[in-house]
Design a protein around this ligand. Structure first.
Ligand code: DGL
Length: 286
């Protein structure tokens, strides 16, 4: 299979073109980390919308507008595929993005309710995600398709995304937010925690301290990276490697703050360039 867009509209594709990845902030770096681990030969352009983070409490329509603006931005950076490394943006906009850019391959996120439901023994599963993710049709459809007979306990962990944006992965406040969410769920006998927000894999060590080793914590990032790889292979878009893959970062927030967090969150240093929103639909590099 090849994508019609590349066959008919574009000049011959440069396989070295980057994978575009975006999130409301640094959460998508958990997905970037998995992409880099599985496909070190691929270049990546990453956009963190830190001028607007958190997305979770915002109206779905506004998140959709931001997502469209960022997609256009990434395509202008020659992205050959877009990974929506944000559950909230996927919930609000993935369907719309696929309709609006029918020739661009997208990979999105959905809470990993399916593997959780397949493996739970107690039949009680925790799902941690943002309010917008829980409101979206995507989550409703995942629950309807996969969660029959399973009790799902949901929590939005208010403030957790902001703590992670600050790089606070194990401080008192971060711990309290997670204990408040998880302790009542432990009393109800959960044996699985689904991380339905790409920021949350960064606090897996803390979550594991709270829930103990008998509770399984599901990080969807490796599966999403595998899906991106499958899509690139199927579309004949994989980089043959050899030309020195690089990662470029853009943020609509303070560039230095993201730069300082990169080694801690993605395990790599990088140059972060600032971007600025002209309106809810349009973002440009400064
Ligand atoms: N990383 C996000 C997600 O996966 C967004 C969190 C937020 O901005 O509220 O849902």
């Amino acid at each position: 299979m090849r994508f019609a867009f590349y066959d008919s509209v574009m000049p011959p594709i440069n396989f070295q073109n980057p994978i575009g990845v975006f999130d409301s902030g640094v959460g998508g770096l958990s997905v970037l980390r998995a992409i880099r681990g599985q496909m070190p030969e691929e270049s990546v352009v990453y956009f963190g919308d830190q001028g607007h983070v958190p997305y979770g409490p915002r109206p779905l329509k506004q998140i959709q507008n931001f997502s469209e603006g960022i997609t256009r931005f990434l395509l202008a950076q020659d992205a050959k595929i877009i990974v929506v490394a944000c559950n909230t943006a996927s919930a609000a906009a993935l369907k719309y993005l696929r309709e609006t850019f029918p020739d661009i391959p997208f990979v999105g996120m959905e809470p990993a309710v399916k593997p959780a439901a397949e493996h739970t023994e107690t039949g009680v599963v925790a799902v941690l995600a943002t309010p917008a993710t829980f409101q979206g049709a995507l989550y409703a459809s995942v629950v309807e398709r996969f969660a029959a007979g399973v009790e799902l306990l949901q929590n939005t962990c208010p403030g957790l995304v902001q703590q992670i944006e600050k790089g606070d992965l194990d401080g008192t406040q971060t711990r309290k937010i997670l204990e408040d969410a998880l302790n009542p769920m432990l009393e109800k006998n959960i044996d699985t925690v689904v991380l339905g927000c790409t920021h949350y894999p960064f606090v897996i060590p803390l979550i594991e301290q709270i829930v103990g080793e008998k509770v399984r914590v599901i990080d969807p990032a490796p599966a999403v990276a595998r899906q991106a790889k499958r899509l690139l292979e199927a579309g004949g878009l994989k980089s043959p490697g050899g030309a020195g893959a690089d990662v470029r970062y853009f943020t609509s927030g303070p560039a230095d703050a993201m730069k300082n967090l990169l080694p801690k969150l993605s395990g790599e240093n990088g140059i972060v360039q600032p971007a600025v929103w002209l309106d809810d639909h349009t973002v440009k590099s400064k």
